[in-house]
Design a protein around this ligand. Structure first.
Ligand SMILES: Nc1nc2c(ncn2[C@@H]2O[C@H](COP(=O)(O)OP(=O)(O)O)[C@@H](O)[C@H]2O)c(=O)[nH]1
Ligand SMILES: [Mg+2]
Ligand SMILES: [Zn+2]
Ligand SMILES: [Zn+2]
Length: 349
């Protein structure tokens, strides 16, 4: 069994490391699922059940993070799944650098990779591990007041697995009360009541995981981004200049948001396609972008000064700015070349 000893990452930005890891894993076809809960909620048992149920339909890898012991990885290895035991040396959570180190040491290929985080409902919620999906578990024996005590964990999770459903009758645990409290904190939370022991509710959870993994693989290709930018030209409102511009803005996860220029009789009120795309993405609560594709009918429409400044505000690393049209081959410059010594939270220097 593989074992790796980890120590806290020496980095000034866990969020940036997490973003980089997330996009690197996505490119490899890996969907990373971070599982968080108190010790004993049933994480290892749940993962064992998932491997038995769907291990023949998808490649599954497991990273077991624990302060010291090897028992969890040993249990997973017995089932024939690839696993690694990561010793955190006393650290009570995993950060993105530690997750990357464990992932690289394990040698996982594509598929679903689970990270069994350190058992703790507090700081794992504060550190982005680079996972594509965050899942928290709460067993029926822990009490239905946990959303009140650990709100951040419920807010940061995409799904809540309520475990040990087979023991529900022995505990004073009201499913509906948890559901209501959890959804109040996070209306988008998916809730899966399950028993890993009897298998009840496992289908819904497993189907959701498989679906999430498939969706995650569908990264936008360069060609798809170009065609979206060209399509966006058709939405341009440019009755004064007749200069149509389209834009396709990408998040580091590969989601695309398009925009088109829209002019105004009072010329100064005109908005460029790039800022229209930024507005579209902002309205969907995205705040970080790694690439933009800018199209026009012929030649090149390099972004104006105002748009360079706006892109810099939300640039993830050094944004790639692609320009082109149907008759001009696409070219790329980094935002740092186009806005040297930029002012703001984006590129600098
Ligand atoms: N009754 C019942 N017990 C469970 C279930 N899942 C886990 N357990 C028990 O809960 C204890 C802790 O489980 P484990 O998977 O090691 O939890 P972890 O610390 O979160 O990884 C073990 O004794 C398991 O047998 C379940 O679905 N039903
Ligand atoms: Mg465990
Ligand atoms: Zn911690
Ligand atoms: Zn502009």
């Amino acid at each position: 069994m593989k074992v790796i000893s980890l120590s806290r990452s020496v980095t000034d930005s866990n969020d940036r490391d997490a973003r980089d890891l997330r996009s690197a894993l996505r490119k490899k076809g890996v969907t990373l699922v971070n599982i968080m809960s108190s010790p004993g909620s049933g994480k290892t048992t749940l993962l064992s059940r998932i491997i038995k149920d769907v291990g023949d339909r998808v490649n599954i890898g497991v990273m077991e993070a624990d302060i010291a012991s090897d028992v969890d990885a040993a249990a997973i290895e017995k089932l024939g799944a690839k696993s690694i035991q990561a010793h955190t040396g006393g650290m009570c959570h995993m950060d993105a650098g530690m997750t990357r180190a464990a992932f690289e040491a394990a040698g996982f290929e594509s598929g679903l990779v689970f990270l069994e985080n350190v058992g703790n409902l507090i700081c794992p919620a504060e550190f982005d591990t680079g996972a594509h999906v965050n899942v928290m578990m709460l067993s029926v024996s822990e009490g239905d007041d946990k959303p009140l005590k650990y709100p951040l964990m419920f807010q940061k999770s995409d799904a809540l697995v309520i475990s040990k459903l087979d023991a529900l009758e022995y505990f004073d645990f009201e499913l509906d009360r948890v559901r209501e409290r959890a959804l109040k904190l996070n209306p988008a939370l998916r809730i899966f009541p399950v028993s890993a022991k009897t298998g009840e509710g496992m289908d819904a959870l497993e189907n959701w995981l498989l679906e999430t993994s498939r969706d995650n693989e569908e990264t936008m290709t360069h060609e798809e981004c170009i065609s979206l930018a060209l399509e966006a030209l058709n939405n341009s409102y440019s009755p004064y200049s007749h200069f149509r511009v389209g834009a396709c803005l990408l998040t580091p996860e590969g989601e695309a948001f398009t925009g088109a220029n829209f002019e105004n009789a009072s010329f100064g009120a005109t908005i460029c396609a790039e800022r229209c795309a930024v507005g579209n993405a902002i309205a969907h609560s995205r705040r970080s972008f790694s690439k933009i594709y800018i199209s026009c009918d012929s030649g090149y429409a390099w972004p104006c000064g105002i748009c360079r400044q706006v892109l810099n505000e939300f640039s993830s690393g050094d944004m790639e700015v692609w320009v082109g049209s149907k008759d001009s081959p696409w070219q790329m410059k980094h935002l740092s070349e186009m806005l040297p010594n930029g002012f703001g939270p984006g590129i600098s220097g």
